[in-house]
Design a protein around this ligand. Structure first.
Ligand code: SF4
Length: 321
């Protein structure tokens, strides 16, 4: 029987949480580390604005996702698995998941806001602590739940693990297309598809003047029509904005409100930086915003503080001018 880790490497499967980290390499680290116990965590905390591909998979293919988790547990020698669900998904999917999860997998409801979905915050929450990110390294694969080697992958990643095990993987991924999209939904297409082709093939090419936010929900990059001849890196999410209908100030306010509620306030650059950005938006004065971006990108403790600047930075550069 072919080793699944070899297959994951052969297929070059990348993590679908937006990190794009090679899955086979991550599994190999967990398998190789001597650890008294090992754990597998399925991160189903999807909470980015207008991003809903994991929702689609949990609703339509819960048994495939769970099969992927069980494959990981058996391959890595993990005693226990967890599915970490955001509050709404927990309400909706607990019964269906419970009926296929079996005794080895526990289903846990997410704590905290958006940042509660960061992988080390997930680990803290499952341990019963406040859901705040840990400093990395060590990474969860080395030292995760209760100090033991732990694999954390997201819903879509486990879905494709199951597909790869069954030789049913076509180098595709899932894309959620939302916002002012004419045909909102979740669509499966090749990883290599360009944004332009994705919009065309899903009947989502806008007939109005538009801009996009790509690759990360509220933290995604703002892109203009002349930039869409490239594939999507990061999260499989595209949000379409009708330029005429979109109030840029209100949009930035919506992002900053979301991030202020969703961060954990643990570190100063992100906590204070987001407040300063909010003040600048309210005053409409962006003279010092580049300095704030720099500080947040360089000194925030976890990835959220670093990527939180992306939408503001790209929107101000490409649209506000
Ligand atoms: S960057 Fe800092 S405040 Fe922001 S979510 Fe991460 S740890 Fe919390």
């Amino acid at each position: 029987m072919v080793d699944i880790i070899l297959k994951l490497k052969e297929k070059q499967l990348l993590g679908r949480s937006g990190s794009m980290f090679p899955v086979g390499e991550k599994w190999e680290v967990v398998r190789s580390i001597p650890s008294e116990k090992k754990y597998v965590v399925c991160n189903a905390s999807e909470g980015e604005i207008d991003t809903f591909k994991d929702y689609y998979l949990l609703k339509n293919y819960p048994e495939v996702v769970i099969d992927g988790i069980l494959i990981a547990m058996d391959t890595l020698g993990a005693q226990k698995g967890y599915i970490y669900l955001n509050k709404d998904y927990y309400q909706e999917f607990f019964p269906a998941l419970k009926s296929v999860a079996g005794e080895r997998i526990e289903i846990v409801e997410k704590k905290g806001g958006y940042i509660g979905g960061e992988e080390t915050a997930v680990i803290e929450a499952i341990e019963g602590n406040p859901p705040e990110p840990r400093i990395k390294p060590p990474f969860p694969s080395e030292k995760g739940l209760w100090g033991c080697s732990t694999l954390v992958n997201n819903v879509e990643t486990f879905y494709f693990v199951s597909k790869i095990k069954k030789d049913d993987y076509r180098e595709s991924r899932f894309y959620s297309i939302g916002g002012d999209a004419p045909n909102r939904g979740v669509f499966e297409f090749p990883e290599s598809i360009t944004i332009k082709d994705l919009l065309e093939k899903t009947d989502n090419s806008p007939s109005f003047d538009y801009f996009l936010q790509v690759g990360g929900g509220a933290c995604g990059e703002v892109m203009l029509e002349n930039e869409i001849n490239r594939k999507i890196d990061g999260l499989g999410s595209v949000i379409i904005y009708d330029r005429e209908k979109t109030d840029i100030n209100l949009l930035m306010k919506k992002w900053v409100d979301f991030l202020l509620v969703g961060n954990c306030d643990k570190c100063t650059p992100c906590r204070e930086g987001l407040y300063r950005i909010m003040e600048m938006i309210e005053k409409g004065n962006y003279d010092e915003i580049e300095d704030m971006f720099y500080v947040m990108e360089e000194t925030s403790l976890c990835p959220l503080g670093k990527v939180a600047v992306t939408p503001f930075k790209t929107l101000l550069k490409k649209i506000w001018k």
